[in-house]
Ligand binder design. Structure first.
Ligand code: URP
Ligand code: ZN
Ligand code: ZN
Length: 459
């Protein structure tokens, strides 16, 4: 199959120009003006933006968590992602404490293989670091799983202690990988949860009040210190607040770089949503939504170069699953749906409102994740030889987010009624038209595992 995209405004992390793109098979074969290849399909992109397919490096598909499973699987989740302009995702494999990394990898392959519409890769969450696990780090890197996730919270299920963290960092550094972290102080949070419950404070608001800013700021600083000591490439996932960002800003004083991801929700919605009684459960996630001053810090942090990636932490649960915590906020499954709307929300709220440039938008949604996680220049750029993962985007198209029209397997939307300007019109994945004007054009199983390279630690 060959495709010729004519007269699009091509936007990458560094460039912005009008040209044609010729695709042969899965890759970009030529870029230039007035290309006259005969193609199986020609797309007129006049007046449209053409940018690299989005990469969401933080999603949880079909994940067992808090007594249930996240409601999007590899099929529904990657399809919803494609509809919103995200062509690749990186999901989290969770090691079961007491079992091997290999065992977890096989379980996740059983969920993903043959089921995805979009491309996917894995981070390996190490929840039990010991002499056996240590030997498996090298094997995982050879499998193309080069990032290792840790949790400083969720004690008894996912959390590791600081001794394990330092040992893991040393081994991952040796093998050319990266350590990523959910950086919140698990012990403090557990204390606050217990206190609120003992006082009969059981509504979703107390989920928020059990995870104050200091719990994230402290853990982020501690993680940065351990990363500095070991020299490992380090990345903090889903950063939400000014205090945590300032901990990383302080680390730069000793010439350390800790890479930072925030998520679209922390930039666009805030903790006032927890005041809606149990409806607030829709936004129960960890860390919780914060204050407007934290949103300001994140937008500023992006333009100061402290924040490199905007992800989603897509971890959806249907309303009946959220109801598991009707009488106790600590039983509400943590997570919210966003995989479909990240790119369009960031464009509408960021580019259209003059908070970020178009080039920065591409960096945040695609290029930086590709570089950081060892996928560049296969993914995340528009260059000859790169995968033809492209979005033809109408910057003027207005639309409204709704549970009635989204593709995610969730019966509510965290952004119901939001009016956006800018929509993904045609989405190509490895040279195939995956979505065209809202219609799916590929089959389940088209999505492939992306084997990632060792990380460079620089972008
Ligand atoms: O609330 C969240 N974030 N759920 C998913 C698990 C995690 O901590 O990322
Ligand atoms: Zn997390
Ligand atoms: Zn997560």
């Amino acid at each position: 199959m060959s495709v010729l995209i004519k007269n699009g405004r091509i936007v990458t992390a560094a460039e912005d120009y009008i040209a044609d793109i010729y695709i042969e098979g899965e890759q970009i074969a030529a870029i230039g003006q007035n290309l006259d290849y005969k193609a199986d399909k020609e797309i007129d992109a006049s007046g449209k933006l053409v940018f690299p397919g989005g990469i969401d490096p933080h999603v949880h598909l079909d994940m067992p968590f808090m007594g249930t499973f996240s409601s999007d699987n590899y099929s529904t989740g990657t399809l919803a992602a494609l509809h919103g302009g995200t062509t690749s995702v990186i999901d989290f494999i969770l090691q079961t404490q007491g079992k091997s990394l290999r065992n977890a990898l096989e379980t996740w392959r059983g969920r993903s293989d043959g089921n995805a519409f979009g491309d996917y890769s894995f981070h390996m969450a190490v929840t039990d670091f010991n002499e056996d696990t240590k030997k498996e780090i090298k094997e995982m890197v050879a499998e193309g799983i080069t990032s290792f996730k840790t949790f400083m919270a969720y004690k008894g299920a996912l959390m590791i202690d600081d001794g394990q963290m330092v040992d893991l960092m040393q081994e991952v550094k040796k093998q050319g990988g990266m350590v990523t972290v959910h950086a919140t102080n698990g012990d403090m949070i557990d204390k606050l949860i217990a206190k609120h419950k003992s006082e009969g404070k059981l509504s979703p608001l107390y989920h928020y009040l059990s995870q104050p800013e200091v719990t994230e700021a402290e853990a982020s600083g501690r993680f940065a210190d351990m990363a500095h000591y070991t020299g490992v490439t380090a990345y903090i996932v889903h950063m939400t607040c000014e205090g945590a960002l300032n901990a990383i800003r302080r680390a730069t004083v000793r010439n350390q770089q800790v890479f930072v991801e925030t998520c679209i929700q922390y930039m666009t919605i805030d903790a006032s949503l927890y005041e809606k009684d149990f409806e607030g459960a829709k936004w129960v996630m960890s860390p919780p939504l914060r204050q407007p001053k934290d949103q300001d810090a994140l937008w500023a942090g992006i333009n100061q170069g402290l924040v490199q990636v905007v992800a989603t932490d897509h971890c959806p649960f249907k309303w009946e699953q959220k109801l598991m915590g009707k009488d106790d906020f600590s039983k509400i499954p943590n997570g919210h749906p966003a995989i479909e709307h990240r790119v369009e929300l960031l464009f509408s709220e960021g580019v259209n409102k003059g908070k970020i440039t178009l080039n920065k938008f591409v960096e945040l949604t695609s290029t930086n994740a590709s570089k950081l996680f060892g996928m560049y220049p296969k993914k995340g750029c528009i260059a000859i030889g790169s995968d033809a993962d492209l979005v033809v985007f109408d910057p003027n198209k207005e639309h409204t987010i709704s549970k009635d029209t989204h593709h995610m397997n969730v019966d509510y939307s965290a952004y119901e009624g939001w009016k956006l300007k800018g929509k993904s019109e045609i989405v190509l994945l490895r040279g195939q038209i995956a979505v065209e004007n809202g219609e799916t054009k590929i089959e389940k199983g088209y999505g492939q595992f992306v084997k990632r390279n060792k990380v460079k630690g620089i972008i």
